[in-house]
Design a protein around this ligand. Structure first.
Ligand SMILES: Cc1ncc(COP(=O)(O)O)c(C=O)c1O
Length: 432
């Protein structure tokens, strides 16, 4: 069928009838399919099996300086792991803190520290400010927004454009509103749109002139090395750019090996200026006596250097690419040309972002749920879980095996079509 908008009412009713009969069969089946979160599949986790057996004996537990990694100490990580991950992030080891297994945890702690103690340039802790606001490019990562909600940070939605957040909006708000203390950014393969920030966008970030002197860019480099294809876009290094513009303290960069090795047992990273790192370590010194250094050792011994880590990423890509292609193929096959949905075609990362007709996303997620397909809740990609157009849906192709993905996508596209036909019929009825 062609573009739904051009189709007559009788044909639309016939289409709905046929779609509904397919839908009823999905509802009757007991199959349950999950496309909610961007988790690596079991076959991806198996790529890191070598790491499990890498430390077996007492003698294996010492770092390159002879430090016993079974014991307390080394607050910011073991030297060889700092060297490896500094190279991956393009920073100096002294700009880096290695944490536990979760970068989200480090982001949360960074916000919490600012609330309790303030940042380097803060006049008072954020918790004592009358209002704190964060800019939230959206669609974005629901858990960034959840941190803001928990701390009572007011979220201001900033539109995402092709090459990053709308920097006109960012510049205006950051330079005029003292309550704007932060912005969330996923600069490479943004969650969920797959957007890669252009050099111009990164340079404009580095050139920001914030009204709040303790403003911070939360630069979440979760997908820095998570390319799906040989074509690997490079983003500018924000810390270098900020150093050039004389604002070295303006950025906190985060990353982790969650989707390189194990999300449950990876290594998280926080990189920033040397002064910020010293400030953070001073507070961390009271919080912990040190991270899991044996796990850092395992990672260094597994990879040795950036090249071998990049080889592992190629193996991930070989597993993920067919899954992404399956989702894209079925979207095109079932929805292409109908004028009822647009979707991203990312070069990396973990998500495909689908924009359906305004007002249809919640309906589609509800339909899918009854048809045995769990999706990320509609609205989750926007601050406060409220998508103003009710049109964005995040698909996570990584976890299900390809057969299940095909099944889930067939059900999904039927639900998208049902919601679109229902909407068009209602609109025609209203205008008749
Ligand atoms: C943009 C982004 N940041 C952070 C995370 C979580 O990272 P971690 O496992 O290091 O806490 C995710 C997970 O999906 C993510 O998409």
């Amino acid at each position: 069928m062609e573009n739904y908008a051009k189709v007559g009412k009788t044909e639309l009713l016939a289409e709905l009838h046929e779609l509904n009969s397919r839908y009823e069969s999905y509802k009757a089946s007991t199959v349950r399919l999950d496309m909610t979160r961007g988790k690596p599949g079991a076959d991806q986790l198996e790529l890191s099996e070598k790491m499990l057996g890498i430390i077996q004996k007492n003698e294996d537990c010492f770092d390159e300086n002879g430090f016993d990694c079974r014991n307390y100490g080394l607050l910011d990580g073991i030297p060889e792991a700092k060297k490896l991950f500094a190279e991956v992030l393009g920073v100096q080891p002294e700009q880096l803190i290695l944490g536990g297994n979760s970068s989200l945890n480090m982001m949360y702690d960074t916000v919490a520290r600012a609330f309790c103690f303030g940042n380097l340039q803060s006049e008072r802790p954020w918790g004592q400010e009358p209002r704190i606001k964060f800019l939230c490019p959206a669609p974005g990562y629901d858990r960034h927004f959840a941190i803001c909600e928990q701390f009572g940070i007011e979220m201001i939605t900033v539109p995402m454009l092709e090459d990053g957040p709308d920097m006109d909006v960012v510049e205006r708000l950051v330079s005029t509103d003292e309550a704007v203390k932060g912005i969330w950014c996923v600069p490479k393969y943004s969650n969920p749109t797959g957007t890669v920030y252009s050099d111009e966008v990164v340079r404009r970030f580095a050139a920001l002139n914030p009204k709040a002197k303790d403003f911070r860019i939360f630069w979440d480099n979760a997908y820095l090395v998570h390319d799906l294809y040989d074509e690997q876009p490079q983003i500018l290094n924000i810390l270098e750019e900020c150093a050039k513009t004389g604002r070295p303290d303006m950025v906190y960069m985060f990353s982790s090996t969650s989707k390189i090795t194990y999300p449950g047992s990876g290594v998280a990273m926080l990189a920033s200026s040397v002064d910020n790192i010293a400030h953070i370590k001073e507070k961390m010194f009271v919080q912990t006596i040190g991270p899991d250094k044996l796990n850092q050792l395992r990672h260094v011994r597994m990879f040795q250097n950036k090249e071998s880590l990049m080889l592992q990423m190629k193996k991930h890509a070989d597993i993920l690419r067919p899954k992404f292609q399956t989702v894209l193929r079925i979207l095109e096959r079932d929805l292409g040309g109908r004028g009822i949905a647009n979707w991203s075609n990312p070069l990396g990362g973990y998500f495909i972002s689908v924009d359906v007709l305004p007002g249809c996303a919640k309906r589609i997620c509800a339909l899918c749920s009854d048809a045995g397909v769990a999706l990320t809740a509609a609205g989750a990609t926007f601050p406060y879980g409220r998508d103003p157009l009710d049109s964005n849906i995040r698909l996570a192709p990584s976890y299900p095996p390809i057969g299940e993905l095909e099944e889930a996508m067939e059900r999904f596209t039927v639900c998208v079509r049902i919601a679109a036909v229902e909407k068009l019929l209602k609109e025609r009825k209203a205008s008749a």
